[in-house]
Design a protein. Sequence first.
Length: 225
Amino acid sequence: MHTPFRLPDDQVSDGLAARHAGGVVHRVMTGKVALVTGASAGIGLEVSRKLSALGVRVAMVARTEKTLRAAAIAGAEVFPLDVGDLAKLNALPQQVVDRMGSLDIVVNNAGLHHRGALLKNEALALADMVTVNLSAPIVLTRAAVPLMKKGGSIVNVASLAGMVPMRNQATYGATKMGLRCFSRAMRDELAPLGIKVSGSRPDRSTPASSATSWSGSTTSSSRSR
């Protein structure tokens, strides 16, 4: 049974935690701009909805334009983009600022999971997981930080697989462990700038629409891009 995804609290730092009364949080968040990757379904879509409910203006990013536009929430701006295209991803934060006026929150949610034993996956498919799950959040963070002000937040959606090695998930787990390490290091590095970095590992509390990533299959692929 799946329970609703919650915005991360203090798993890495306090990030976007809603620890105060709803009205206070709404006043603090109203008017901010959030960039959410993998926003057309699952966790990314639910996070976009929750942020919008708090008064945040959302830049929704996903690789399939038709799906993204169909899923777009009221008031959101859509940015069709495959995060695996690192050159285009590097330019994305400035595009968000140009269109929406600022950038306060980045949610690195897009992910790719080719399940199965190492030898059952093509080498370049494994490399694609590294690009989407680890290289892309690093590139997007680097491109976004110079445009963010004090009080900004970066949220990286990791995984239990990044904490506990799992059979048939070696590469996926390695990317998520790398993302956890990156998050922890960035928390300290960006603290003097007043930018908070949070990590979330929502695997078994994802909404039903993204339940396929925990379907038990050992050969299929799961994408949230």
